[in-house]
Design a binder for this molecule. Structure first.
Ligand SMILES: Cc1cc2nc3c(=O)[nH]c(=O)nc-3n(C[C@H](O)[C@H](O)[C@H](O)COP(=O)(O)OP(=O)(O)OC[C@H]3O[C@@H](n4cnc5c(N)ncnc54)[C@H](O)[C@@H]3O)c2cc1C
Ligand SMILES: NC(=O)c1ccc[n+]([C@@H]2O[C@H](COP(=O)([O-])OP(=O)(O)OC[C@H]3O[C@@H](n4cnc5c(N)ncnc54)[C@H](O)[C@@H]3O)[C@@H](O)[C@H]2O)c1
Length: 458
């Protein structure tokens, strides 16, 4: 049995950078992966979805070509080519990840499913059923998450789709029903609508993206409705049947409703991949939802075992899993570093216009009793958005009335993610809103609307 300085379970967005960091200080690493290198982000998440979102955006812009004075006879979407383009990007990114790991002689990549035999020993079961065991002085769990499939009468026996399998379609669905109006639901809803599908989102909550402020949700709902996406809220799906198409029965405040569609995407959240890790053979504890409990430095109840990324209940985004690798590495090998409590969590949902968030929103500030002043600037008043004719959305910011520092922002705008990163820098650097209000920002850019935004603050 081989002894390693570090054993990492899962070659995802924490596991891969962590393996490199540890090997770079001259230590031996076993990186165990049950499926393919790269985890959710590269293979089933960020990269493939954003590649397909780009195809959908081109379809949308082509459909509006006449608005820009470009007259096209017609256009059509070829779902097979959309998928091929997506597959190419996945192969490219995965290949790059494999190459950079395999050229590092301190890292052994072991393909198979890992589980704890005891708190220092990991058993790896290969796809052929053979097993091997390895030991680790330190162990890092980065096994990610998987789609949550709700228990609904009839669902299991049907060919429903998940966020992974929906990207394998080679034909455009005639009518895509989407259970769940969260980030996954939103991105696929707009994408497939732009490919030409009829789309209906069904959510048990009272509105889309219920974690966002009400005005944000209202604007997104309006944008979706203008694009012809149907929504059904406060709807609990009770029964699913499939016969040449899906029929779903939902319970709504107005009584039972029946909906029909050619395809059904289940996008009702994700669960941590912790159930089959043999954690019972260790002192490690999980929450009632299965997330591995850690301290603020990602250390579990076992001193030499850390958990990172989605499985540890960190905000479920790639850049956060990646940052977890930094936190755990610093703590495990350098004895210092920042805790996860201290970091700001930015994110960007790739609908069009993008929904980007950093820090507090208004609802959270109210719930926590944090005093704030707010400013809001509608993108229909920005020169840049008028020039490119993409005027939906707004910039919204919360500031501390006393220190004038930024508490948080929601940027629902063309290239919103890039604008949000500017505010993230301002937050980290402690730049006050009155400084930004009068800062000369290049014209005509989207970013110059930050002058107007900060100028709105009473
Ligand atoms: C459709 C979709 C779109 C997304 N889009 C974005 C986006 O645009 N931006 C963003 O920031 N985030 C996005 N996310 C979220 C992001 O992909 C995840 O938060 C991120 O990948 C989590 O990284 P991780 O390292 O925790 O886990 P993962 O990347 O999931 O890696 C875990 C790895 O562990 C392996 N594994 C699991 N169990 C075992 C075991 N027992 N033994 C060995 N290996 C095991 C898995 O096969 C996997 O390779 C998206 C997610 C989805 C589903
Ligand atoms: N751009 C990005 O960063 C990005 C994109 C996609 C996904 N992700 C990550 O993936 C995670 C999972 O995304 P998600 O959209 O699946 O989860 P989510 O938690 O964001 O949304 C799930 C939605 O499903 C609804 N729901 C739950 N059970 C239901 C039921 N039985 N019937 C009807 N509706 C039901 C919920 O009310 C909620 O609106 C996100 O938390 C996110 O971090 C990130």
């Amino acid at each position: 049995m081989k002894n390693y300085d570090a054993v990492i379970l899962g070659a995802g967005q924490s596991g891969m950078p962590l393996a490199k960091k540890i090997s770079n200080i001259g230590l031996s690493v076993a990186l165990i992966e049950k499926r393919v290198i790269g985890g959710t982000c590269i293979n089933d998440g960020c990269s493939p979805t954003k590649t397909m979102v780009s195809s959908a955006r081109v379809a949308h812009l082509v459909s509006r070509a006449a608005d820009f004075g470009v007259i096209l006879p017609s256009y059509q979407v070829d779902q097979e080519i959309v998928k091929k383009r997506k597959d190419h990007i996945v192969t490219l990114f995965r290949g790059g990840a494999e190459k950079s790991l395999s050229k590092n002689e301190n890292i052994d990549i072991l393909m198979g499913t890992a589980a704890f035999k005891d708190s220092h020993t990991i058993e790896i079961t290969s796809s052929t059923g053979s097993t091997e065991t390895v030991k680790g002085k330190k162990i890092f769990i980065n096994t990610g998450s998987e789609p949550r499939i709700p228990e609904i009468d009839g669902l299991t026996g049907t060919p429903y789709l998940t966020s992974t399998t929906v990207m394998e379609l080679e034909e455009t669905p005639e009518h895509l029903l989407i259970m769940g109006g969260g980030y996954i639901g939103l991105e696929f809803a707009q994408m497939f609508r732009r490919f030409g599908s009829n789309v209906t989102i069904i959510d048990r909550a009272g509105r889309l993206v219920s974690k966002e402020d009400e005005d944000v949700c209202k604007e997104i709902s309006q944008i979706f409705s203008d694009e012809g996406i149907d929504t059904l809220f406060n709807s609990e799906v009770r029964k699913v049947t499939y016969q040449d198409g899906f029929t779903i029965i939902t319970k709504t405040p107005e009584g039972e409703k029946s909906l029909k569609g050619s395809h059904l995407l289940v996008a009702t959240g994700r669960i941590p991949s912790s159930a089959r890790l043999g954690l019972e053979n260790t002192q490690i504890k999980t929450t009632d939802k299965g997330f591995i409990r850690t301290d603020d430095f990602l250390k579990t109840a076992e001193n030499h075992i850390y958990a990172l990324g989605d499985v540890a209940g960190s905000a479920p985004f790639t850049h956060i899993a990646y940052h977890d690798a930094h936190i755990a590495f610093q703590h495990a090998y350098k004895g210092n570093g920042i805790s996860k409590k201290e970091r700001l969590v930015p994110y960007c949902v790739f609908i069009d216009p993008q929904l980007a968030r950093i820090g507090l929103n208004e609802q959270e500030a109210k719930d926590k009793g944090i005093p704030y002043k707010t400013g809001k600037f509608l993108m229909k008043h920005a020169g840049r958005t008028l020039e490119v004719d993409e005027t939906r959305g707004f910039f919204k910011v919360l500031v501390d009335p006393k220190s004038k520092k930024i508490l948080g922002a929601t940027i629902l705008s063309l290239d919103g993610g890039e604008i949000m990163a500017i505010l993230q820098m301002a937050m980290v650097g402690g730049v006050t809103y009155d400084t930004i209000a009068t800062l000369p920002i290049a014209h005509p850019t989207l970013a110059e609307s930050l002058n107007n935004l900060m100028g709105q603050i009473e």
